[in-house]
Design a protein around this ligand. Structure first.
Ligand SMILES: [Zn+2]
Length: 520
């Protein structure tokens, strides 16, 4: 008997590796992929993988935004690996497509599994994203499952991904996991980033825990194999952060520095500190990513390994050493200033909403040092107003004091919390629990109210483990300032990069978005 896997996103960076690694398994695995019918050119890696595994890969053209295609994809399968997503930079330029793929596509897949008549036989592996945790900076560089879910302003990717994951958590599927994927080091990185203003969306001091595309693929192969071997007790129906661990934890600066060093010079030679955004990005070091590693044993590559391997594959990058850094900077980087996704474009063309969201306003932008010697880099142990032991900060052993408060006693399982304890957790989120009874099923639908009076139904699992609260307070438009004003849960991270004066800011996504709205 073969194991049947339904796979979305097989032509993408992660999905391609999932396909490759599942096919390396000695178990008898057959894979059915849906290939987006709007995709013009299939990547070489995908074509090569399919060619080398004839008879084991079935593929058809379609679109997960069409429900019928999802029914066809999951028919008869044992596992669903949902890797498809429209991600930045594409999602930044295509909000409608992002909704169709990232939210509607996920909803369709979940609905198709539920309606299949064999939902109890299908295991649903959903790939979510670190982007749902929103922007992080010192002191909250460490994060874990249960932390607040906050979409960065204007980020349609995280906006749709968080709605998709919440739909899964509330779906009642008998066997699911949501894997919150961190930033991925992948083979298309240079090609994708060297043509978009997204290049400047990495803030220099943001924490990033990377994982490689290959390790992500290995993770999914190990998941199937270990599940078949009965080694995943206690694994299903939970949320995990994917991360490469200690050797993959760096900052935004170290990331770009690592990438450009293989061209012979570091980031300081190619960039100026005021070219990149100051906030409103995403990325965090995962306090709990070892939990997934302990189940699936997928980590084989470090951050440094990836750049070494990249240089081996593209030895011509070394030519960067003989070309003056200024020339490379002009040819590769400065030309991207004209891209609509670049901060320099927003500044030049009066995109005040973006300037406010990503810098805190023009005045704040003007204050950023133009010279590296005046810019406090966290990875060099510098804070705007002092020094810090960076290596100690990065050490998971001393991370506990930087963790966010979840507003309830986490040593008590959610099933054992009382109605009063759930109500206290709701108060920490600015709201109340309205249900008077709780039977002790974490997936039980309970009624809640937010600080603004919206009433909604969510399970305690989605609220406490998921990090979600009121759906009416979610974007679009983005108005987390107002939420933070009343929710200590959100406030503890929001005010790391926002002032009290920003709590009435609203960021819409529409033709007039450039005039961000300040409510009267
Ligand atoms: Zn609300």
């Amino acid at each position: 008997m073969s194991i049947k896997v339904a796979l979305t996103g097989a032509t993408g960076a992660m999905g391609g590796e999932v396909l490759y690694h599942l096919l390396q398994s000695e178990r008898n695995i057959e894979i059915r992929c849906i290939i987006y019918d709007g995709e013009k050119k299939l990547p070489k890696f995908f074509k090569k993988t399919v060619k080398a595994n004839k008879g084991k890969v079935e593929r058809f053209k379609g679109d997960i935004a069409n429900y019928a295609d999802c029914v066809k994809l999951i028919a008869g399968c044992d596992y669903v690996f949902h890797c498809a997503a429209l991600i930045p930079p594409k999602s930044d330029h295509d909000p409608e497509g992002t909704y169709l793929t990232d939210f509607l596509g996920t909803k369709n897949l979940i609905d198709a599994v539920k309606a299949s008549g064999r939902a109890d036989k299908i295991k649903f592996v959903h790939v979510a994203t670190v982007a749902m945790y929103g922007n992080r900076s010192y002191p909250h560089v460490w994060g874990r499952v249960g932390d607040p879910i906050i979409s960065s302003d204007y980020d349609c990717y995280s906006e749709n991904k968080l709605k998709a994951e919440k739909y899964l958590l509330e779906s009642g599927l008998p066997h699911f996991v949501s894997l919150r994927q961190t930033a991925v080091l992948h083979k298309y990185m240079f090609a994708n980033n060297l043509k978009d203003g997204l290049m400047f969306h990495t803030s220099w001091n943001c924490p990033l825990e990377w994982v490689t595309d290959e390790d992500s693929g290995r993770l999914c192969r190990n998941l199937v194999e270990r599940d078949l071997d009965g080694k995943l007790e206690g694994f299903w129906n939970d949320i995990y952060n994917i991360g490469g661990g200690a050797a993959c934890r760096v900052t935004g600066f170290e990331t770009l520095d690592g990438g450009f060093k293989i061209m012979g010079n570091g980031a300081k030679k190619f960039f100026k500190p005021n070219w990149n955004i100051a906030r409103n990005f995403h990325g965090v070091w995962f306090y709990d990513s070892d939990r997934l590693e302990n189940f699936l044993h997928f980590r084989t590559q470090t951050f440094d390994d990836f750049w070494r391997a990249t240089l081996k594959k593209h030895p011509y990058f070394k030519l960067g050493k003989i070309v003056p850094a200024k020339l490379i900077s002009s040819l590769l980087i400065k030309r991207l200033f004209k891209n609509t996704n670049a901060p320099m474009y927003w500044l030049k063309h009066g995109k005040e909403g973006r300037v406010k969201a990503f810098f805190g306003g023009r005045e704040q932008y003007e204050k950023i040092a133009a010279d590296w010697k005046d810019y406090p880099l966290l990875c060099e142990g510098n804070l705007p107003d002092g020094k810090i032991d960076y290596e100690k900060l990065r050490d998971v052993e001393s991370a506990e004091k930087y963790l966010l408060d979840h507003g309830y006693d986490e040593s008590v399982p959610i099933a054992e919390l009382t109605v009063e304890q759930l109500d206290d957790a709701a108060k920490f989120r600015g709201g109340r629990l309205l249900s008077e009874n709780y039977c002790g099923d974490p997936h039980e639908k309970l009624k809640w109210r937010c600080a603004e009076g919206h009433e909604f139904i969510l399970s305690p699992f989605t609220v406490l483990r998921g990090g979600y609260f009121c759906p009416d307070c979610e974007p679009k438009p983005w108005r987390y300032g107002a939420v933070a004003k009343r929710s200590p849960f959100i406030a503890q991270v929001y005010f790391d990069t926002h002032t009290d004066g920003e709590t009435d800011d609203v960021y819409p996504l529409s033709a007039d978005e450039d005039k961000f709205i300040v409510k009267k």
